[in-house]
Ligand binder design. Structure first.
Ligand code: B12
Ligand code: SF4
Ligand code: SF4
Length: 348
């Protein structure tokens, strides 16, 4: 295999300085193998120590197969009013446009499945991922630690950390890295953990050992599609965001269209239905993240408390929570929409 001297890099592995050469054809180079393997193991071990459940690696390359699918999704306006989804089309498909010289995408999985669900009797529902402190902060801090660890133990690297914060196709990278498969509900699933976890990435200009995708274990099951109350999973693996309760209650800033009256069950922030019914979530284990514990007041809420919620209570209960994304106005809009739907139903 040809070697080139144009990209000389200095690494430090466990305090020993090593000079390496990169192949100019961006091909795996046998002379780098032991070091790449070593670095990969080191990173995966550290990810586990930081509380990530799974860590997988893909080569940073243009997502050629996803391009027509993403384009079609956008052309059909399935992103609704999430205008940010139509921005940075090229960057979304090409990690080297986010990090110059990117070589590897490290995909990480962080569990949020709660030990106990919030009570559902005489209560509205909020998605499990939003019970505690906003995952963007919790996970970003862990990504920063992992990044510093790599810089300290492997050497000067260029890279960026992402958690739901940039034009990155997180599920596609996770699927490529073998940490799970994309299910018919559009979410990443893992045989050991189900799907109640969040995804995050480090995109680095560091060559690592890439993992391989695994097979799709959905089989003939269609439970998620059958259970979705708004038929948002329009075909297997394809979610029309405009119909998804998660979009309607979190991302949509206008009025919720009348046609969804009676279809939203009791969901006032997000929706977990297509995950709750998924057989692979029988294997979900409770998370160990203290910051994901719900605010004590949230555990005590009843429908009447939600209907009377004030800006002050909202601020206190959701001070560092992902629920802040809807703002007080958005959450009260959702509560009123659902309360009104139930009232109409009872009057019929
Ligand atoms: C926009 C968005 C939404 C939108 C749109 C959802 C969607 N399916 O795209 C809304 C607001 C509805 C939403 C809802 C939710 N979201 Co969201 N969302 C995102 C976000 C920011 C971008 C997703 C995206 O790129 N969509 C664009 C479409 C085109 O991408 P795609 O669905 O992957 O498209 C592929 C498929 O359609 C596929 N495809 C199309 N046709 C076919 C045909 C075949 C045969 C195959 C195999 C594939 C295939 O190809 C496309 C391109 O690869 C990501 C974070 C990120 N940056 O990735 C989080 C993210 C996907 N969301 C997440 C979560 C947790 C949720 C909710 C569960 C939250 C909740 N409880 O309410 C719900 C679940 C709804 C659902 N069933 O998808 C997590 C998912 C974690 C996981 N385990 O997978 C992510 C990764 C955030 C994170 N960092 O953890 N979300
Ligand atoms: S989150 Fe709810 S509304 Fe959205 S696709 Fe899943 S079941 Fe349907
Ligand atoms: S409910 Fe069934 S079809 Fe849907 S994601 Fe889970 S295994 Fe796949």
């Amino acid at each position: 295999m040809p070697l080139c001297d144009t990209k000389l890099k200095l690494y430090t592995i466990r305090n020993k300085e090593v000079t390496t050469k990169f192949c100019k054809f961006n091909l795996p180079c046998k002379f780098d193998m032991p070091k790449r393997k070593n670095n990969t193991i080191l990173i995966k071990e550290q990810a586990r120590k930081l509380g990530f459940d799974f860590c997988g690696i893909s080569r940073a390359e243009h997502l050629k197969n996803e391009e027509p699918r993403l384009e079609q999704w956008l052309n059909q306006n399935m992103h609704g009013k999430m205008h940010y989804m139509a921005d940075h089309f090229e960057k979304r498909l090409d990690p080297t446009k986010l990090v110059e010289g990117a070589r590897s995408v490290i995909s990480l999985m962080y569990n949020y499945f709660p030990e106990q669900e919030l009570k559902t009797k005489d209560n509205y529902k909020i998605s499990k991922y939003a019970y505690g402190k906003d995952y963007h902060f919790v996970i970003k801090n862990k990504l920063k630690s992992l990044f510093s660890f790599i810089a300290e133990h492997i050497g000067e690297i260029r890279g960026r950390a992402f958690v739901d914060s940039a034009p990155v196709m997180e599920r596609v990278w996770a699927q490529r890295s073998g940490i799970g498969w994309i299910g018919k509900n559009g979410l990443l699933l893992n045989r050991q953990s189900g799907s109640f976890f969040l995804l995050a990435e480090l995109i680095l200009d560091l060559e690592l050992e890439a993992d391989h995708p695994i097979k799709d274990y959905c089989g003939s099951c269609t439970r998620c599609m059958d259970a979705c109350p708004t038929q948002a999973i329009v075909e297997p693996y394809l979610v029309d965001a405009r119909k998804c309760i998660s979009y309607l209650t979190i991302e949509l800033k206008d009025k919720i269209p009348q046609k969804f009256e009676d279809k939203m069950d009791d969901w006032i922030f997000g929706c977990d239905i297509c995950q709750d019914v998924c057989p692979w979530n029988r294997f979900s284990q409770p998370h160990k993240e203290p910051q994901f514990q719900p605010h004590p007041q949230l555990k005590e809420m009843k429908k009447s408390d939600w209907q009377e919620i004030t800006q002050e209570v909202f601020n206190e209960m959701f001070r560092q929570s992902a629920v802040k994304r809807t703002k007080y106005q958005g959450l009260t809009r959702n509560i009123q929409f659902i309360a009104h739907s139930h009232q109409m139903k009872n009057e019929k």
